[in-house]
Every structure is written in structure tokens, then in C-alpha cells.
Design a protein around this ligand. Structure first.
Ligand SMILES: NC(=O)c1ccc[n+]([C@@H]2O[C@H](COP(=O)([O-])OP(=O)(O)OC[C@H]3O[C@@H](n4cnc5c(N)ncnc54)[C@H](OP(=O)(O)O)[C@@H]3O)[C@@H](O)[C@H]2O)c1
Length: 275
């Protein structure tokens, strides 16, 4: 099978390369391949892929808030280009999206067809990507994830450990709540999902719900830093450019119906430290 992986050097792209190592891979990432260049459509369509994974995105939510035009250029127009590759070749596409398409005002985890209502430019650009892909790609999986973390990535566990070692104490928000996604677990699930031909919209995070504060406390405990004091704060006390949804865990109903579930996030975190 020939598989295109966009954002191939990112957290999800790197892990996808590993699980599909036995296949012929077309790796798309900056600086050699820029998904915002219109020429990429013909160039990648000529590869005649059997499957396309499209995790490439501008993922720095604060940078997206400072420069929404750039966010839309990559996350919406870049996705349009990849959707056109899928349309021209008939290849199925897996578009990785985010829990941030929801506004965070719910009191229960969001199901796959809960109404979307992005509240920041990153989220709006990712939702635009979902809509464009849905219009253009017949064989489409939209897979929403949250709080992705993998060894080597600049993710929440890495930042918490760096900050703990630098400052010896931390302040972490209690009013941002979701479900972490361990990328090796995610890509195993994506591989199973992509083999089903059950195109549609899916939520794939590790199971369980936690606040950033809970996540930080568990990261410190599991990494042997349980004595580092963590002060709970609210987001009013934490200045940042983007506004994350406050309560946006994702409920996995549809992948679960296909037999695809992810283990609890605490168990996944243990593997992050031991792998
Ligand atoms: N990370 C999270 O917590 C999280 C949460 C929810 C959803 N998601 C979604 O999950 C997907 C994968 O996330 P990730 O953590 O793997 O992200 P990542 O580590 O930031 O990887 C994204 C990759 O895409 C590349 N890229 C950016 N602009 C590009 C362009 N114009 N052309 C080609 N490649 C480009 C990036 O290159 P540069 O590094 O050079 O920019 C990077 O290698 C994204 O679609 C994201 O929206 C992520």
C-alpha cells in the first residue's frame, strides 16, 4: 500500500511512520513539502496513494490566535489541498481534528455529532478543515483528539517536567478539562479504523477525564517528582493569547461500536515514561 503522511515529522506523523513502516510511505512536511502550495495537489496526486493521513497543521494555538490568517492558510487551505489529492485519486483520507471545535460549555463529554462552536482561531481553522474535507472527500475519516503527547514532542508532559525542574514549583489551571491522547495508542487505533472502511466522524482520546491540574499532578507523581508543589489556579490567572474551551472531553461512541477503544490515560502515561 502507498500511504501519504502529512506533518510526517510531527508527533502523530512520526508515530504513523512507525506503525506503517512496512508500506511505501510518501512523507510530507516542511520545508520540502508545503501543503499550502497549490502545486502540491498535482504533485501528490501523481503518487497515486492508496491512503492519506493528514495530521499536518499549525498546532501552536497561541500563534494561531496571534495570526489567524496563517492558521487558516495551513489548517483550512492546506487541508483543502490535501482533500483535493484525495478527491482526484479516490484515496481515503484521515483528517486529524481537535476537541477545540467545541466551545467547552457542556457538562458531559462531547459526542461525535454534538454541535460545534469554535471559540478561538486555531479551532475555527481546524473546523474549516473538517468542513472543506467533508465537501470534497468521499472516503473521509475525521478523527478528533485532545492533548496529544508522545516521547520527543513539545507536549504538556514535557513542559510540566521542564518547568518543575527549572522552577521547583508549578501553578496549573483547574478549569481546563479534557482527556489526554497518548499518540502511540492513537496511531494503533487509527490503523484499525482505517482498515474498516467505516468512513465518518470519530473521537479517539485515551479514556477518562481530567483537568490540566490533575494531569500535571499525575505527570509529576509518575516521573518521580511527586514532591514538587503544584498550586491550583484558574485560567483568569494564566495569561495567554488563545482561549481554550474549558470543558471539552470527547466521548468515543462510534469507534467503540467498531471495537476500537483506548485505555485509561493514566496507564498510557506510564508507558510514556517507560517506553
Ligand atoms: N498536539 C495536540 O495536543 C493536539 C490536540 C488536538 C488535535 N491535534 C491535531 O492533531 C494533529 C497532529 O498534531 P501533532 O501533535 O502531531 O502536531 P505537530 O507535532 O505540531 O506536527 C504537525 C506537523 O505539521 C507540519 N506542518 C505545519 N505546517 C505545514 C505545512 N504548511 N506543510 C507541511 N507540513 C506542515 C509541522 O511542521 P513545523 O513543526 O515545521 O511547523 C509539524 O511537523 C494536528 O492536526 C492537530 O491540529 C493536536
Amino acid at each position: 500500500m502507498k500511504i501519504i503522511i502529512t506533518g510526517a515529522n510531527g508527533q502523530v506523523g512520526t508515530a504513523l511512520q512507525r506503525v506503517y513502516a512496512e508500506h511505501s510511505l510518501v512523507l510530507v512536511d516542511l520545508p520540502d513539502f508545503d501543503i499550502t502550495r497549490p502545486e502540491i495537489v498535482a504533485q501528490l496526486a501523481a503518487e497515486k496513494p492508496d491512503l492519506i493521513f493528514h495530521p499536518a497543521a499549525m498546532t501552536n494555538v497561541d500563534a494561531c490566535a496571534r495570526d489567524p490568517r496563517a492558521a487558516f492558510q495551513v489548517n483550512a487551505f492546506g487541508t483543502q489541498n490535501m482533500a483535493l489529492v484525495a478527491q482526484r485519486t479516490g484515496a481515503p483520507m484521515v483528517y486529524i481534528s481537535t476537541n477545540e471545535v467545541f466551545d467547552g460549555t457542556a457538562s458531559q463529554p462531547y459526542h461525535e455529532f454534538a454541535p460545534t462552536n469554535p471559540i478561538n482561531p486555531y479551532a475555527a481553522s481546524k473546523l474549516a478543515g473538517e468542513k472543506i474535507a467533508a465537501r470534497l472527500v468521499q472516503k473521509l475519516y475525521i478523527v478528533r483528539i485532545a492533548w496529544a503527547f508522545a516521547k520527543g514532542g513539545n507536549n504538556f508532559p514535557a513542559k510540566i517536567i521542564r518547568a518543575a525542574d527549572k522552577f521547583g514549583e508549578l501553578k496549573v489551571v483547574t478549569d481546563e478539562i479534557s482527556s489526554p491522547t497518548y499518540v502511540p495508542d492513537l496511531v494503533d487505533a487509527l490503523k484499525k479504523l482505517a482498515a474498516t472502511d467505516h468512513y465518518g466522524t470519530y473521537h479517539l482520546t485515551n479514556s477518562g477525564v481530567c483537568s490540566r491540574f490533575d494531569f500535571a499532578v499525575e505527570i509529576l507523581r509518575q516521573s518521580g517528582r511527586g514532591d514538587v508543589p503544584v498550586m491550583p489556579i484558574t485560567s483568569e490567572g494564566f495569561e495567554r493569547a488563545s482561549t481554550p474551551p474549558k470543558y471539552a472531553p470527547l466521548e468515543n461512541n462510534f469507534a467503540a461500536a467498531l471495537g476500537i477503544t483506548l485505555r485509561p490515560w493514566q496507564a498510557a502515561l506510564a508507558n510514556y515514561f517507560s517506553d
